[in-house]
Design a protein around this ligand. Structure first.
Ligand code: PMP
Length: 400
């Protein structure tokens, strides 16, 4: 989706922030960031995270020794339960191996390295478009990247027919990357009925699902609802990989906490897979950091803290959903030409506006609004105060 002629400085969110920081206008607005912001535009540390950190600091018995190669055992067990469900049969049958990795990216990379070394098919299908780092992570690990159709610009929705056709013509055994929920950058997810069709097709062709779960709980506000597609695939007894990130849903971005789980057909395979994962991890970074997973484990194993977390998580999700409504209402009030209902239909942190590169450049130049050049805006970077400014800019961009 990124044409070669695009200004490279606007393609990536990190580079958007560099440009934003240089802008001296008081009205500037950064909608490129992939991190949650409060209504006041500030980064947020969850209260429950502060509370867990306080407990950890006060516990004098805690030391800073190395973790095992696979990370904190409690954290791994709790992470598997969080994504697969506490009643998961695969977990009960010891068919799941989970290793702590460096957030979502590190989990994807470890999974990719493992597959490139040990899996019989080296081709991975990823959606077009997808998060910009996906093709890089998989290619550098030695997998060959192919695309499946995903987004239909005319409807600003899912190209479900195209998706089914492309997966149908994938070679048997190929790996398929699936965004578990809140697809980045489009905010377009299949319905549960569509997921079921995707599952049936993939299982009938022996395609291997690799879920990227970077937004569990952040999409709908419900941890269980957002994990539903993953659980459908695990419930059928087949194999699957899942990369989890705690960056967004616990706000632990810089702590780099995540997990890779591989669901196998038998407990014996799972234990052999774990041995091989250790051989992948050992020469990469030896063992993962200790502070972040300790925070997560503290929260996940305490009922009271877990509940507090779900409330704070839902508040973040709800604020984003409310920003969608406010932006949609502001455009309706201005009579901005076009159908903007996708703003309220799309899911997760981002809205894929449908604005083109020129319109984005116009909004940056005239309104000091920064976003990736594919027209993706971070709803988490908006507030009630800034919605009118954005709506004015969009209105001007499409009527200029
Ligand atoms: N996958 C997707 C789809 C993402 O959007 C992100 C974060 N932007 C990640 C993975 C990885 O993030 P992190 O490594 O910070 O967990």
């Amino acid at each position: 989706h990124c044409s070669r002629s695009e200004p490279p400085e606007l393609r990536q969110s990190f580079l958007v922030t560099v440009a934003y920081n240089k802008d001296e206008s008081p009205i500037k607005l950064n909608l490129g960031v992939g991190a949650y912001r409060t209504e006041e535009g500030k980064p947020l540390v969850l209260d429950v995270v502060r509370r867990a950190e306080q407990l950890l600091v006060n516990d004098q018995s805690r030391v800073k020794e190395y973790l095992p190669i696979t990370g904190l055992a409690d954290f791994n067990k709790l992470s598997a339960k969080l994504i697969f469900g506490s009643d998961s049969q695969a977990i009960q049958e010891n068919r799941v191996t989970t290793v702590q990795c460096l957030s979502g990216t590190g989990s994807l990379r470890v999974g990719a390295e493992f597959l490139a070394k040990h899996y019989h098919q080296r081709t991975i299908y990823i959606p077009r478009p997808t998060w910009g780092n996906h093709p890089k992570v998989f290619t550098i690990a030695g997998l060959s990247v192919e695309y499946y159709r995903y987004y239909e610009p005319t409807t600003r929705g899912l190209d479900f027919q195209g998706l089914l056709e492309d997966l149908s013509s994938a070679p048997s055994g190929a790996i398929v990357l699936l965004h578990a929920c809140a697809h980045n950058p489009t905010g377009v997810d299949p319905t549960l009925e569509q997921w079921e069709q995707i599952r049936q097709l993939m299982r009938s062709k022996g395609l291997l699902p690799f879920f990227d779960s970077a937004y569990q709980g952040f999409a709908s506000g419900s941890l269980d609802a957002d994990a539903q597609p993953v659980r459908m695939f695990v419930a059928d007894g087949g194999e699957c990989l899942a990369a989890q990130s705690y960056a967004k849903n616990m706000g632990l971005y810089g702590e780099r906490v995540g997990a890779l789980s591989i669901v196998c057909k038998t407990a014996d395979v799972a234990s052999r897979v774990e041995s091989q994962l250790k051989l992948v991890i050992r020469p990469m970074y030896s063992n993962p950091p200790i502070h972040g997973p300790s925070i997560v484990a503290t929260i996940l194993k305490d009922r009271d803290m877990y509940n507090e977390w779900t409330i704070e998580l839902k508040a973040m999700a709800d604020r984003i959903i409310s920003m969608r409504q406010q932006l949609f209402d502001a455009l309706s009030a201005r009579g901005t030409p076009g159908d903007w209902s996708h703003i309220i239909k799309q899911i997760g942190m981002f809205t894929f506006t449908g604005l083109n590169t020129e319109q984005v450049a116009f909004m940056t130049k005239e309104y000091h609004i920064y976003m990736t050049s594919d027209g993706r805006i971070s709803m988490a970077g908006l507030s009630s105060k800034t919605v009118p400014h954005l709506a004015d800019a969009i209105h001007a961009a499409v009527t200029q």
